[in-house]
Design a protein around this ligand. Structure first.
Ligand code: IYR
Length: 228
């Protein structure tokens, strides 16, 4: 390695049996997560959101530039502004504006088993919306003048850690991606070198919440892994 500042790194050494048991226990927990589209207005403590974003912010990133920003929306006015703009885009996407759906027939057919449409009441009902932005530029200084690296990969990993932490706290999440979502930059007051990536909707499931049966079908290990 080239000369650089370095600190010792160790992990507690687990016996194999305990490593396996811990990995399986966490996998079992994470497999219970569902994308929830029916939220109650029951509050979620701000500290839960802070902890989840802290976890997300510890994700690995290109050159450790941490090219993300999390805009946390809790005010009813801003949630309403996001809902109105998102539903306007979704009406164009699903074709409920009198014109052809932007989505196209194949995409709409793929969404059929999920039962989604242009109505997004959860954007107002859920207590928190975390709008995730990717910083295409900005480096550590966040001034928009220097290059970032592997931005999509870094932000994707951070979002996974965000979802996992929220799930562990017993709250429901939805990754929502209205398309296009440039309006989020305006509503959240973010600079033009940041790209909105997704809205993570956070709250408790409504008492009568359901999930599409289709969402429970996960590919088995044999199908998603190969061993070389
Ligand atoms: N953004 C739309 C459509 C949508 C697209 C995909 I790919 C999904 O997995 C789910 C929805 C919506 O939120 O309805």
């Amino acid at each position: 390695m080239n000369d650089h500042d370095a600190l010792p790194y160790t992990l507690p050494s687990l016996h194999d049996a305990e490593a396996i048991a811990r990995a399986r226990a966490l996998a079992d927990r994470l497999r219970e997560r569902r994308s929830c589209r029916w939220f109650s207005d029951t509050p979620v403590p701000r500290e839960v959101i802070e902890a989840a974003i802290t976890a997300a912010g510890s994700a690995p990133s290109g050159a450790n530039h941490q090219p993300w920003h999390f805009a946390v929306v809790g005010s009813p006015e801003t949630k309403r502004a996001i809902r109105e703009a998102a539903e306007a885009e979704e009406r164009r996407f699903y074709g409920s504006e009198g014109d052809d759906a932007k989505a196209g027939a194949e995409w709409l057919a793929a969404l059929g088993p999920l039962g989604t449409d242009a109505d997004k009441p959860f954007l107002e009902t859920a207590p928190w919306l975390i709008v995730v932005f990717a910083q295409r530029k900005g480096g550590i200084a966040e001034d928009g003048t220097t290059q970032n690296y592997y931005v999509n990969e870094s932000v994707g990993i951070a979002c996974g850690m965000l979802l996992a932490t929220l799930h562990e706290a017993g709250v429901a999440t939805l990754t929502h991606t209205p398309s296009p979502m440039g309006f989020l930059r305006r509503v959240c007051g973010r600079p033009d070198w940041e790209k909105p990536v997704m809205i993570v909707v956070v709250g408790h499931p409504a008492p009568d919440a359901t999930v599409p049966a289709h969402a429970l079908i996960k590919k088995p290990l044999e199908q998603i892994a190969s061993w070389l």
